[in-house]
Design a protein around this ligand. Structure first.
Ligand SMILES: *Cc1c(COP(=O)(O)O)cnc(C)c1O
Length: 423
């Protein structure tokens, strides 16, 4: 469910025409819908036990206005860097709703998070445990820790976003989990509070979750029996979203919620979840203009003013994104196969191959759908292209929530060293 619909022949975000925004802001731009973000967050939260913490995965979308929209609904945050921590705090997410994941937290990041008083460190290795203990000792403050266990289940998702099998860098393997808890218990400034996992992203059926939830909760019971204080169970994120309408839809968020709640029954532990994509993907589109229609030897190319630097998912994960014309085509318009590409000098700068679309011409706007998660956050300035600006819509209002960097700011960020100045 999302709030991008045609009204009067033009694609709208809620009650704002994307053409109006394009005229004011210029393309390409990201556009997010408040009502969609809110709906996804509410539906998912409602399916979970009352005192659960829904920690939005900031790496999916770190725009301050998006984070604040979710903070107002009671969202927490799952952060994976000091930069994301700063953003979560700046958006008004209370520190006691922030969890910190990631395999390479630096001493500076651990210090900042501990000083801020975050809720939980999801620790991914023994050396990180020791580093965190030292930092905590320096601040004379105990660090609340859940250990991320690699449950060794295959999430059946794209290899680059699969994190829960034994071959990935994430989490501590089962075989060493008990020793890691023993190590944590032996450290003076570590406070064991829970257990954590995250099996991957865009997981599109419930079976891997079911298997991993069962493994983790069984293990939590064992740890408790051995005297470790496990009061929180963090199931991570990863629930998939429908990127294409012709595939079987992913599980309903409320079914996932019921499964998670069921797995926790009788455990008397707080549930923590870290959804990213589920909340933000369908709440955003990337709007671009057709620069040229180019006839190749065997095919036609639709060359857009958005490129892989703006949205890298198709190039990086072979991801499918729906693409529609912003001005609704006539119902009987013939479809034509286009390769939809960007201007970046890379063959991989391609959003879709042989995609059937209504006839389009130079100057027409298109919307690349379900781009609200892992879109803007993964953008870069490759080809000296400043990343696309971001716009947030609420009902009939919109605001530019991350402007396009102006060309001068972009250029003057670099410095010429003295030896190049002296001719
Ligand atoms: C990326 C990530 C998430 C969010 O994953 P989604 O697929 O966007 O829900 C949650 N937890 C951790 C540790 C992550 O790395």
């Amino acid at each position: 469910m999302n709030h991008f619909h045609y009204k009067g022949g033009v694609l709208h975000a809620e009650n704002v025409s994307l053409t109006d925004i394009a005229d004011a802001v210029g393309t390409p731009f990201y556009c997010y819908s408040t009502a969609t973000l809110e709906r996804h967050f509410k539906v998912f939260s409602a399916a979970l036990p009352k005192d659960s913490l829904v920690a939005f995965s900031v790496k999916a979308n770190n725009n301050l206005a998006v984070l604040k929209t979710l903070a107002n609904l009671g969202a927490g945050a799952d952060v994976v860097s000091g930069g994301e921590l700063r953003r979560a705090l700046a958006a008004g997410i209370p520190p006691d709703k922030i969890v910190f994941s990631g395999v390479g937290k630096t001493k500076n990041e651990l210090t900042a998070a501990l000083a801020a008083g975050i809720y939980q460190f999801n620790v991914e290795s023994e050396p990180e445990l020791i580093a965190l203990d030292r930092v905590a000792e320096g601040l004379n403050r105990k660090a609340p820790v859940a250990i991320r266990i690699n449950p060794d289940v295959d999430a059946h998702t794209h290899a680059k976003i699969s994190t829960g099998h034994a071959e990935t860098k994430f989490g501590i393997p089962w075989s060493r989990a008990r020793d890691a808890y023993a190590l944590a218990a032996s450290l003076g400034f570590i406070d064991i509070v829970g257990i954590d996992m995250h099996i991957g992203s865009q997981v599109s059926d419930l079976a891997p979750f079911e298997a991993a939830f069962a493994k983790l909760t069984d293990y939590a019971k064992e740890l408790r029996a051995s005297g470790f204080a496990i009061s929180r169970i963090d199931f991570g994120g990863g629930l998939g979203v429908p990127y294409r309408s012709d595939n079987a839809p992913p599980p309903d968020p409320s079914e996932y919620g019921r499964l998670a709640a069921g797995a926790l029954k009788g455990l008397d532990a707080q549930l923590i979840v870290e959804p990213g994509r589920l909340i933000a993907a369908n709440a955003g589109v990337l709007v671009a203009t057709v620069t040229y229609v180019k006839h190749g030897e065997n095919k036609d190319f639709l060359i857009l003013d958005a490129g892989m630097n703006d949205l890298i998912r198709p190039a990086m994960y072979d991801a499918y994104h729906g693409i529609v014309a912003v001005e609704a085509p006539l119902p009987d318009a013939p479809l034509h196969d286009y390769d939809v590409v960007g201007p970046v000098c890379e063959t991989g700068d391609c959003f879709a191959r042989a995609r059937p679309l209504p006839p389009l011409k130079s100057g027409d706007a298109v919307a690349i759908l379900a781009a609200g998660a892992y879109g803007a956050t993964m953008s870069s300035a490759y080809n000296a292209r400043p990343p696309a600006p971001e716009v947030l819509v609420k009902d009939d209002a919109y605001a530019v929530v991350r402007p396009r960097l102006d060309d001068d700011a972009f250029l003057t960020a670099d410095r010429i060293p003295d030896w190049l100045r002296k001719a």
